[in-house]
Ligand binder design. Sequence first.
Ligand code: C5P
Length: 447
Amino acid sequence: MTAKRILLIIGGGIAAYKSIELVRLLRKSGHVVRCVLTRAGEQFVTPLTLAALSENKVYTSLFDLKDEVEMGHIQLSREADLVVVAPATADLMAKMAGGIADDLATTLLLATDKPVLAAPAMNVRMWLHPATQRNVSTLRGDGVTVMQPDEGEMACGEYGPGRLPEPEAIHAAIVEALSSPLPLAGGAGGGPVAGEAEVDMPSPNPSRKREGDFRGQPDFAPTNHRPLHGRRILITAGPTHEPIDPVRYIANRSSGKQGFAIAAAAAEAGAEVLLIAGPVPLPTPPGVVRVDVETAREMAEEVAGGLPADAAIMVAAVADWRAADTRAQKIKKDGSGAVPPLALAENPDILASVAKSPDRPPLLVGFAAETNDVIAHAEAKLARKGCDWIVANDVSADPMGGETNRVHIISKAGVESWDRLPKGAVARKLMEKIADDLDLRSPLDSD
Ligand code: C5P
């Protein structure tokens, strides 16, 4: 790659020290780096260190008249090929989202006409706060690439998402951003439409692993086509595992591929996506917040906590039954040939409960895998579950774990049958249909 010019804006946070390594990596790969330090950033790293490593002047103040003579702030913001904000603190992102320009860093971010990549770093509660998530969503809607923070132990002793991604990961995201045309910040990437409401993110249960991966995914190309921008979509996917004892469980066959493809397509279409996934070894699609669960009851709990949403798409193959009592120790064969009794209890029907809940999303979609009389069974299921659409697929040809799907969309309006398509194409087509349907309704929090 030819040398590029990076304007690196360093916010104030303990993670600012990692920006030093980032400068070193960028210089090593031949790029020209100009650093801007916020006032808070100056508390953590010194201009002198950054100047020495970047071999360039470091900028700190908007009112440094000498700099305005040498290089005005507008020029500084525009001469770069890419503007990188690392660490992007909650405060800095809030200002960016609000268009506030009260110091050099925020003025440059408002004045720039170049792509912007932000690597957030903050306390887990601050990251998960609806205000921050709203700001992240606004920034993404404005075309800013906001990386997903790392998860782990924080400098403050808490655990969760919010750590600054490692310098190598930020470097990789920069290389990717420089090699693929990113949307320009400031609206060219499909910014929010005036008057369009933003939605809250789920209030998450921090005890469960939550993951969102926005980095290093070559197939993720933000596009200007974001028909689900400002919408929040909840998706369940994969099987559930219902433990019998510590080594055995009851489960339905499910690869999770269709549900994950739907989550990926929803995020690509600009939605905020909460993916509640049973145990599957699939990577988290870019831009998706994922919560891993094991059992149907855990899934039901996370779904209830994840509402409200504009649409919920229940793709998970939830086990209908669980062991009535889970043994704490492995059930042993005693050699007598006697089979241990296995009493079952019925699991909650998540889809049917959501349909009856006060938080019922305006659009509720269920899935049905059928081996015979696909449409008749799906029509009966639509009525029984109280959802708006059933996406039925004929599994007699065994698409479980396969790469394609042939689906029929059953609703009160009738039956729409699609050709057999790759699961990604089914997902994208479904998102277009969902966007069309939601367009007829107002966004979640506008009423
Ligand atoms: O009843 P059946 O399992 O065929 O229904 C399939 C649909 O219902 C899927 O959308 C599935 O995610 C959902 N479901 C659920 N909770 C269950 C069983 C199924 O949400 N306990």
